[in-house]
Design a protein around this ligand. Structure first.
Ligand SMILES: [Zn+2]
Length: 192
């Protein structure tokens, strides 16, 4: 395999894959690389594939886009894990004070930690370094820096929807972004 093919496969293997429970409830997002490992070990079925394929001299492998677990996972929570990556996703990689999207982005405690502000979705926002420095140990009101929007705890479906870019059209039926596919039409009970 030439260098170009290897780097292309590398990019494709990092492509986001939507993981569904056995009842088609969206569970998490993983990489194509991990999804292929789970497929090889028969933990999942591939429900949708991207147009591209993974190539090596001996094999051609479909690039999974949506996969479904073979064994049901009991997971009732629709909460999204609080992490830097997920905060960036919620806030669209945008400073919530000045709207800047470039430069070094940091995590700001709206109510500063030193003043009892906790690590909660409702108290954490993405801020550019200059805004974070300027705000320092003040509340937005004290600093005269109003937030662009009120920080909220995201719900899992909204969170997954944000991952849908041009490549992820195959995800839409599973995230209520278009008409129900026939396979999931009768199975929305996990949302209630
Ligand atoms: Zn800023």
């Amino acid at each position: 395999m030439n260098a170009k093919a290897i780097s292309m496969n590398g990019l494709l293997l990092n492509r986001a894959v939507l993981v569904l429970n056995t009842n088609y409830a969206p569970l998490t997002i993983t990489t194509a690389k991990r999804a292929i490992c789970l497929h090889v070990t028969e933990k999942i079925d591939i429900v949708e594939s991207y147009l591209e394929e993974i190539h090596s001299p001996s094999i051609k492998y479909p690039l999974p886009s949506v996969v479904k677990l073979r064994a049901f996972v009991h997971y009732n929570s629709m909460d999204v894990v609080l992490s830097r990556r997920n905060l960036l996703q919620r806030d669209n990689h945008t400073c919530q004070y000045c709207g800047k999207i470039s430069g070094k982005l940091t995590i700001d405690h709206v109510i500063p930690r030193e003043r009892g502000g906790r690590d909660l979705w409702e108290n954490l926002v993405i801020a550019c370094s200059p805004c974070n420095l300027k705000k320092n140990n003040l509340t937005p009101e004290e600093a005269g820096m109003p937030l662009l929007k009120h920080p909220r705890r995201p719900n899992r479906i909204h969170y997954f929807q944000k991952f849908v870019k041009q490549h992820q059209t195959g995800w839409k039926p599973y995230l209520f972004m278009e008409t129900w596919g026939t396979t999931i039409k009768n199975n929305p009970s996990y949302l209630t």
